[in-house]
Design a protein around this ligand. Structure first.
Ligand SMILES: [Zn+2]
Length: 133
């Protein structure tokens, strides 16, 4: 058993909002967003429509100070394979696992992916809205 991740000294985590993921105006999944009232960090959980979470996360998923929650959209995929909750960095390169389990490198500029086959958006910009992918 590893240490349980704590975002700060005094975590007070409450549900904040959801972001719906739509294809052709139909919701195919969503991201639940939680926030710590003390340190204001966000925590996110991906929900594919019709699939129950298999595991309960103990505590909240870890996110580093230089990362933000976002969704990576694969332009070449369809349906539930088209999007994935990810942690985005302000700049540099992030590693991304594709549907065929290949690890590819994606370039980031200002928390946005710059790539011919992938795009991205930040969760914090779309709280309580639907995003068409
Ligand atoms: Zn906190």
């Amino acid at each position: 058993m590893g240490d349980i991740y704590k975002c700060c000294e005094n975590p007070q985590i409450t549900y904040l909002a959801a972001v719906n993921i739509n294809i052709s105006e139909k919701t195919i999944g969503s991201v639940d967003v939680w926030r710590c009232a003390f340190c204001k960090k966000h925590f996110c959980e991906e929900k594919q429509l019709g699939i129950d979470s298999i595991t309960d996360i103990v505590g909240m998923p870890r996110i580093e100070d230089d990362e933000k929650w976002g969704v990576i959209v694969s332009k070449t995929q369809k349906g539930k394979d088209k999007w994935k909750l990810s942690k985005l960095k302000k700049s540099g390169v992030i590693k991304f696992e594709t549907v065929d389990e290949k690890i590819i490198a994606l370039k980031m500029i200002n928390y946005e992916i710059v790539d011919d086959f992938h795009s991205s958006f930040l969760i914090e910009d779309h709280l309580n809205t639907s995003v068409e992918i």
